[in-house]
Design a protein around this ligand. Sequence first.
Ligand SMILES: O=C(O)C(=O)CO
Length: 317
Amino acid sequence: MQRREFLAAAGAASTVIAMTNTSASAQNADSSAPFNLKYAPHFGMFKNSAGNDLVDQLKFGADQGFRAWEDNGMKGRSVDDQNRIAKAMGDLNLEMGVFVAYANFDEPVFAVKNQDRWDEVLGEIKASVEVAKRVNAKWMTVVPGSVDQQSANSGKWNKYGGPRLAEGYQTANVIELLKRCSEILEPHGLVMVLEPLNWHANHGGTFLRDSDQAYALCKAVNSPSCKILFDIYHQQITEGNLIPNIDACWDEIAYMQSGDNPGRKEPGTGEINYLNVFGHLHKKGYEGIIGMEHGNSQKGKEGEQAVIDAYRRADSY
Ligand SMILES: O=C(O)C(=O)CO
């Protein structure tokens, strides 16, 4: 089936779904209208509707009214794929969201000074500058490793306890390495976004988990290249109180991500009132991207349409 026919068929199908689904908002009738906020899907999210080709997935997303896209794994793609994606996103007027520049979840890479590990991080940040330029990205995710654990050398927990750097020194080390990463990014106008992660459903032991902690780090680093990625899913689990916490660290937030809890699926499948949270971001004049870093609650094309409908509802504040 040609793309145009395919999209016509998909459009007709979505109109039928909108007419038969009384809970879907009237906006589904115009399934190509741009969303108010820049929600960014990722590759694979619409593969049943759009097929496996990356550019076809971008076209499908743009045709649904999405204005941005994120790709955590962009750095691992071939240069040819990066160029092809960047060209298609330019043609489709899709803004590039984050890719992951450096992420470590279970070793105290930033928290403990180890010159080899720090050089590795700085090398990854330098390599990310090239990727960012190639794909027109402004933001890149950094996850700075775990807290210092009771593991002098082996990387294993010591059940009787062992040496462990005091928290203030861990924080000072993290700040020092973040400053050095920022020095690499500043001349290029690029921004690393630090992502606090929850300890209870996904990533026990990560150094960075609270929004106030991320805020303090950004204030200490004091660079336009070091900002917060506020992932609403992770922060709901860690601290809740979403709207007041977003307000409290607002001037250091550069990027947001979404996902409902429990389950990390599309808005409306869990406990978060996304209509109110997105409405709040809109009222504050948020012009940044909201990466849809979650799975689909249902399988197949119907599940993909359910994701799109969920964002239409949450965007209709
Ligand atoms: O791994 C995760 O859960 C993240 O959100 C990283 O981006």
